[in-house]
Design a protein around this ligand. Structure first.
Ligand code: ADP
Ligand code: MG
Length: 477
């Protein structure tokens, strides 16, 4: 079948699906697995995708198959399923899709979970690292992600201190270190920083940094090679094991089990383990209780959503590092407007720099930033509204909106009100007087007081902290 006219629509849909995959599963998973998928053609009500080997095909089918099918269905192009075929790289790279390329297509109907039992080990070819070379599968450390480039502020000071402690200790201060927080708030950065510092201090120490995807990959591979022994051995010689984004383990119970054993073995051998996730251990979905409690048994440190001061410091640091003079007013503007996360903040800076380099005569102004970053600013604007916050807080604490906005000072409403004020300050770009108006016409000093109160209480009140986390997460998706 030739894709003809529809080809470009199909390709555009594929670009959207890929973008969605990337957003949903994160950069690491995308790079490790999904990027290797290529679009071959449409075949009836199915989309045919290709990968280089049977092993990859089985893996992708088992882990991403359901979502792939859903995403294609959502494209509303009449697709009901996805076939992943094994096709040689040349065929996939050919300018035009080759209709005769497919070999052994498994049908993904949403039930296919794991590779067929007893299947022969896949041939090891270029893109499949041999079992035992965990070091080769290690995500390389990024030289930009060090303690020196990590800007410290209230939202991340505890996590930073804990990370530094691990990096500088001669023994193991606590095990594991569990870092958690929303996307783009510095988890991976801190992990790399620890690894750099540790390697710098004691070059002989072996550091392994794995995405949870890679960990799973190695595990599944070991199962297929029937070589769990080698799998375990390769971790035994590691001094510091870091696994990033363990929330992706999801319901893969065998991998969880293995993580648990690996983890116990490492701790028993007095090795340091560092784990990151998007939520604290107790909230991880589909992870067994004993693993959760084990993961939470060291130090659990949160990377909180950024505040204005941290955003501004980061922008200043980045501008200075780049040697680009950006007027303070512009930095302040960006720190006010781009509140989602640090990655977006960096993205904004990169775009501004690029723009300036291209049109080197133009100086950076707020107007220019507004023009160049239109879409980013709009996305951030839409982020969270004070109304959303108030509604969600009322639901969470089970109080009435009228009470939240009333002058009542009973603790049962006053505290949730302060939480809502704090969230409004953190998650929106509204000024204190604007927030005051939204809270039954309160003065901005009252808002400031509320915000400070919560800052003060948070440190010593885990249940308040937990409320805030839950609310922040639900508001920021
Ligand atoms: P996460 O792993 O939590 O999703 P990352 O560690 O990848 O986030 O951080 C996203 C981007 O923001 C990275 O480029 C990182 O260098 C940068 N970043 C995060 N926190 C800081 C910080 N405190 N100071 C400087 N840059 C930071
Ligand atoms: Mg990360």
């Amino acid at each position: 079948m030739n894709t003809g006219e529809g080809g470009s629509a199909l390709e555009r849909a594929w670009v959207r699906v890929r973008t969605r995959l990337r957003n949903e599963y994160g950069e690491a998973a995308f790079k490790n697995w999904l990027k290797s998928l290529t679009l071959l053609r449409a075949s009836g009500d199915k989309v045919v995708l290709a990968v280089a080997s049977k092993f990859w095909r089985d893996w992708i089918a088992a882990h991403y198959g359901d979502r792939l099918v859903e995403m294609w269905k959502n494209e509303n192009m009449g697709f009901n399923g996805v076939e992943i075929v094994v096709a040689p790289v040349e065929a996939r790279n050919a300018e035009r899709p080759r209709p005769d390329a497919p070999i052994e297509p498994p049908r993904l109907n949403g039930d296919e979970r794991t590779p067929p039992p007893g299947a022969a080990p896949p041939q090891v070819n270029g893109d499949e690292p041999r079992l035992g070379d965990v070091q080769n599968m290690c995500t390389p450390l990024d030289p930009r992600l060090t303690f020196e480039t990590f800007v410290i502020g209230k939202p991340n000071e505890f996590a930073h201190a804990a990370a530094l402690r691990v990096a500088e200790a001669d023994d193991i201060p606590f095990n594991p270190l569990f870092l958690y927080g929303g996307v783009g708030l510095g988890k991976t950065h801190l992990m790399h920083a620890i690894a750099w510092r540790l390697k710098h201090r004691t070059p002989s120490r072996r550091v392994t940094f794995l995405s949870s995807e890679t960990f799973m990959y190695l595990f599944v591979k070991a199962v297929r090679y029937k070589d769990m022994h080698a799998f375990k051995e390769q971790f035994r010689t590691v001094d510091l094991l870091m696994i990033d984004d363990v929330q992706f383990f999801g319901e893969k119970s065998a991998t969880q089990e293995e993580l648990f054993h690996t983890f116990n073995a490492l701790v028993d051998h007095r090795r340091q383990v560092i784990i990151s996730a998007d939520k604290p251990p107790v909230d991880l979905q589909g992870i067994e209780e004993r693993l959760k409690s084990r993961l939470g048994s060291g130090v659990v440190a949160q990377l909180n959503p950024t505040n204005y001061e941290l955003r501004l410091s980061i922008l200043q640091a980045k501008a200075e590092h780049k040697g680009v003079a950006i007027p303070p007013k512009v930095l302040e503007f960006l720190a006010h407007k781009i509140t989602s996360n640090i990655r977006e903040l960096e993205g904004a800076m990169t775009r501004l720099f690029a723009h300036c380099t291209l049109l080197n005569s133009r100086e950076i102004s707020i107007d220019m930033a507004q023009e160049v970053l239109q879409d980013l600013l709009r996305a951030n604007d839409r982020h969270v509204t004070i109304d959303d916050i108030q509604k969600r807080v009322c639901e969470h604490y089970n109080i009435k909106m009228a009470d939240l906005l009333s002058p009542r000072r009973a603790r049962a409403v006053a505290r949730p009100r302060q939480v809502a004020m704090w969230l409004a300050k953190q998650l929106t770009t509204r000024s204190l007087p604007e927030i005051g108006r939204k809270f039954g016409g309160r003065d901005h000093t009252t808002i400031m007081h509320g915000v400070r109160k919560i800052e003060e209480l948070r440190g010593g009140d885990p249940s308040l902290n937990e409320d805030i986390e839950i609310l922040t997460r639900s508001l920021t998706r």
